[in-house]
Write a protein that binds this ligand. Structure first.
Ligand code: NAP
Length: 294
């Protein structure tokens, strides 16, 4: 990453994503002053222990004062309140970006609050794990993953170029698209799979106690992979589903039609239908591996 890209970076929210970015900045841009902001004292204490920020504060307005880059990395439901608090404190020419998983809602909540002298570049580094908090971050999280930026027509191209350089420096491939397109794509690739995982693990939990212990014992049969996804942060995922309601509901409709078709094939003993579908899905897995996104 270019040493001169940003002098002072405020990370509002310093969990998995915020702290991973802090580690990248620490590694590649040692002269950049990093200010970390979180609500809880124990989070800020962890940041100090990890040595991944120069300054810590629980006040978003104080955090952004003088920053040339502000990165929002909190759950989506906190955006409007944080936006209200930081707006009056943003310096002339400050770039504000975010990492939220739903872009329409991020723009809806933040854009109206941004002062004319600041540049808002909505973004989503599509990289993560099921872990949360500053201890779970690592600099390599972003390597070879995609970062999607959803700038608005009026967004300054220079600001977009700088945010692009930031994520490229973290090892990401950066692409831009419209926010509503992003939200539809992510509903398919991320949101629906999480909803299915939450449902399956929930159903198993609702089963009787004896069966439950067997579910854990024999989890390698497929269930285990779902439990990893279903261990993802409850607040973050609550916010994602509420923020991307329309795209998720539309997709669920399609999904339940396809599920019904498979259900019918099983009931009627239509082995060819099942085999054909499973062969198609196996090919998709192979293409993901070939694209090095496995
Ligand atoms: P995380 O590990 O849970 O960290 C969240 C951070 O936000 C914490 O520092 C937390 O501070 C702070 N925070 C929470 N609620 C807040 C509030 N109401 N006001 C101010 N600060 C608040 O979360 P994460 O996984 O890094 O996710 C952060 C964002 O990245 C989310 O918007 C998510 O959609 C997006 N994202 C996540 C992933 C992923 O896989 N995890 C991937 C891509 C994008 P305290 O500890 O003090 O509460």
């Amino acid at each position: 990453m270019s040493m001169a890209l940003f002098d002072r970076v405020a990370l509002i929210g310093i969990g998995l994503i915020g702290s991973s970015l802090a580690r990248v900045l620490r590694r590649d841009s040692p002269d950049t002053v990093i200010v970390a902001c979180a609500r809880r004292a124990e989070t800020l204490e962890a940041v100090r222990r990890l040595g991944i920020a120069d300054e810590t504060t629980d006040d978003p307005a104080a955090a952004v004062a003088g920053a040339d880059l502000v990165v929002l990395a909190t759950p989506l439901s906190a955006y409007a309140e944080i936006g209200r608090r930081i707006a009056p404190a943003l310096r002339e020419g400050a770039i504000v970006t975010d990492v939220g998983s739903v872009k329409g809602a991020a723009i809806r909540d933040l854009l109206p609050l941004m002062p004319f002298h600041a540049h808002f570049v909505p973004g989503h580094p599509v990289a993560g794990t099921e872990h949360s908090g500053p201890d779970s971050g690592f600099a390599e999280l972003f390597r070879d993953r995609w970062c999607i930026l959803t700038p608005l027509p009026q967004t300054s191209p220079e600001a977009v170029a700088k945010v692009t350089a930031l994520w490229e420096g973290a090892g990401m491939r950066v692409v831009t698209m419209a926010a509503d397109h992003h939200d539809k794509v992510l509903a398919v690739t991320s949101h629906l799979p999480h909803l299915i995982a939450y449902t399956i693990v929930g159903t198993a939990t609702d089963l009787g106690h004896d069966l439950q212990s067997e579910v854990v014992a024999f989890s390698a049969g497929g269930f285990r992979d779902f439990t990893r996804i279903a261990a993802s942060d409850p607040v973050m995922w609550r916010d994602i589903f509420l923020s991307n309601r329309e795209a998720v509901l539309e997709l669920l409709q399609r999904f339940s039609e396809d599920l019904t078709a498979l259900q019918r094939a099983i009931r009627r003993g239509e082995g060819d239908t099942l085999e054909q579908r499973f062969a198609q899905t196996r090919a998709i897995r192979r293409s993901i591996i070939e694209a090095k996104q496995a």
